[in-house]
Design a protein around this ligand. Sequence first.
Ligand code: FPP
Length: 248
Amino acid sequence: MAGADYDLIAGLDRAKLPRHVAIIMDGNGRWASFHGLLRSAGHSAGVKTLKKILTTAVNLNLEALTVYAFSTENWKRPHAEVDFLMHLFSDYLEREKAEMHEKNVRLRFLGRLEAFSDGIRNQIRDATELMKNNTGVKFNIAANYGGQDEIVRAAQKLAKKVAAGEISPEDISAEIFESELDTAGQPPVDLVIRTSGEYRVSNFLLWQSAYAEFWFTDTTWPEFTPEEFVKALKDFGQRDRKFGALNK
Ligand code: FPP
């Protein structure tokens, strides 16, 4: 483990760590314009932050980390920016795959992958296949992802099972529903972090974050650090979570 991360983690009560952290990596564009750079430079800087945060999650042995890389609505951005982001995903998988595997990370993509090019889908398939038996951090990249879309897709899958006579409508419980979501088999989200001073959910993990705690910061994603990540985790450890019940 890198020295800096070791010092950071030293003061953490691991028993109070969230099992599943989800991050809305916002503010790449604002960071870039503040520095007189193109938006694409902001996204490239965002990838560097992601690498550091994933490393910290590995060092902490978090159970699951999900990041919002591209929403179902992000296709509305200028063609050049969408194209750049696609290149970035491809480049990221190419460059980081081996190191992630070495760190025992289990990679999964959430969202409608059929919208991506054959090349990217092949890379995603190869990377997830490579890491499928890994037992470390479950690292989910939400790409062409929307929480409502995920719920609709789960409902469609269940409706097909009902129509085929495999299950009856009464069999559908929250657990059965969850098993059709992209995050099937993973713990619910405990903590959502959003950078860059926005206070919105933006269609991210709507089902999974039903009882999540939220942590917001004005820091833009390229400037977000492992120190601030650990600060959010420590703050989470102080929260009084009631899950709709009363305190004992
Ligand atoms: C939001 O910032 C960020 C995105 C829509 C893209 C997030 C992508 C990355 C961090 C890099 C690529 C990720 C992977 C997995 C390789 P924004 O552009 O909306 O910023 P703004 O609100 O300041 O304009």
